[in-house]
Design a protein around this ligand. Structure first.
Ligand code: CP
Ligand code: NVA
Length: 307
C-alpha cells in the first residue's frame, strides 16, 4: 500500500504525482473564476517548522483558508524535540489535526515523525528534498509550455534538496534534466542509483560545464549556493560556485526560448544577477504563486484519498 505521507517524490507513485498536478490545475481554474470551494471545511493543518519560511508557510496556510479549513503554526512553545519523545508528540498531534507539514534540518527526523503519525505528514523542506517545490515547478512548466514533451531543464549550481526533488519530478513527467555544477557538489552515486531504479528511462545527466549544458534549454534553474544550515560553509561555497552564476551571458548562451526559474529566496549577486531575475525571461513570481495552487491540489488529494 502506498504511504499516506508525502516525504519525497521518489516514494510517490508517478500516477499520484500526475493526479496531484492535475487537481492543482482544476483548483487553480476554479480559483481564477472566483470560486473558493470549501473542499476541506473543518479540516486542520499543523505546520511545524525548524527553519524560516515565507512561501511554504504562507501558501499552505492560505491554501487551507481558501479551502474552508484552518491551519495552526506550531511555535517553540509546543516543545518539539525537547519536551517529550517524538512518538508521544506524533501520536497526540495526530489526534487533533488532519495533516502536518514539517520543515526540518534532518530528513531522518521527518521519517521518524511520520512513522509515529496516523495522519499524513508532508515534507515542507528537509536537507534532502523539497518535494512540494519541485511538484509546483513541474506544474508551472506545464503551464508555460503546455506540455512536458521536448522540455529540457538545466539546474545550474548545487546538487541540493531542490535539485534532487526536481530531478525526480522531471523523471516522473518525462522532462530532460541536467545538473551543471562543480563535481564535488553534484549528485551522489547513491541518489542517481535510486532515481534510475524508479525511473530507468529518465534522461538525467550531470556535468561541470554550465555553458554547454544550457544550450537549447527551455528552463535554466538555479538555487542558492549555501542552503539553510550550511552558513558556516558560505565562503568556501562562494569560491566553488563562482563560475556557475546565472547571468546575462549564460542566458544568452541558453537561447531566446529559455526561461529562468528559482525557488527563492535568492542571494542576488551570487547564483543569479539582478538583470536575469528581474529580466523578461524570469518567471520566478509566477513560480512562487503556483506553490499555493499545487499545495491545494496536494492537500485535497491527500485528504480525499486517505485510506
Ligand atoms: N521556496 C521556498 O520553499 O521558500 P520558503 O523557504 O520561503 O518557504
Ligand atoms: N536549498 C534551499 C532552498 C530554500 C527554499 C535551502 O534549503 O535553504
Amino acid at each position: 500500500m502506498a504511504s499516506l505521507h508525502f516525504l519525497s517524490l521518489l516514494e510517490q507513485p508517478r500516477e499520484r504525482l500526475k493526479a496531484i498536478v492535475d487537481r492543482a490545475g482544476e483548483l487553480k481554474a476554479r480559483w481564477k473564476e472566483g470560486h473558493r470551494d470549501p473542499l476541506l471545511a473543518g479540516r486542520v493543518l499543523a505546520l511545524l517548522f525548524e527553519k524560516p519560511s515565507l512561501r511554504t508557510r504562507v501558501s499552505f496556510e492560505t491554501a487551507m483558508a481558501q479551502l474552508g479549513g484552518s491551519s495552526l503554526f506550531l511555535g517553540k512553545e509546543v516543545g518539539w524535540g525537547e519536551r517529550e519523545a517524538v512518538a508521544d508528540f506524533a501520536q497526540v498531534l495526530s489526534q487533533y489535526v488532519d495533516a502536518i507539514v514539517f520543515r526540518t534540518r534532518s530528513h531522518r527526523r521527518l521519517v521518524e515523525l511520520a512513522q509515529h503519525c496516523s495522519v499524513p505528514v508532508i515534507n515542507g523542506l528537509s536537507n534532502l528534498a523539497h518535494p512540494c517545490q519541485a511538484l509546483a515547478d513541474l506544474f508551472t512548466i506545464r503551464e508555460l509550455f503546455g506540455t512536458f514533451e521536448g522540455v529540457k531543464l538545466v539546474f545550474v549550481g548545487d546538487g541540493n534538496n531542490v535539485a534532487r526533488s526536481l530531478a525526480v519530478g522531471c523523471a516522473a513527467f518525462g522532462v530532460e534534466f541536467v545538473l551543471a555544477g562543480p563535481p564535488a557538489y553534484q549528485f551522489s552515486a547513491r541518489f542517481l542509483e535510486s532515481l534510475r531504479r524508479t525511473y530507468p528511462e529518465a534522461r538525467c545527466a550531470q556535468t561541470d560545464d554550465p555553458h554547454a549544458a544550457v544550450r537549447g534549454a527551455q528552463i535554466v534553474y538555479t538555487d542558492v549556493w549555501t542552503s539553510m544550515g550550511q552558513e558556516d560553509q558560505a565562503q568556501q561555497r562562494r569560491a566553488a560556485f563562482a563560475a556557475y552564476q546565472v547571468n546575462r551571458q549564460l542566458m544568452q548562451e541558453a537561447g531566446p526560448q529559455a526561461r529562468f526559474m528559482h525557488c527563492l529566496p535568492a542571494h542576488r549577486g551570487e547564483e543569479v544577477t539582478d538583470e536575469v531575475i528581474d529580466g523578461p525571461a524570469s518567471v520566478v513570481v509566477h513560480q512562487a504563486a503556483n506553490r499555493l495552487h499545487l499545495q491545494k491540489g496536494l492537500l485535497v488529494w491527500l485528504l480525499e484519498n486517505r485510506e
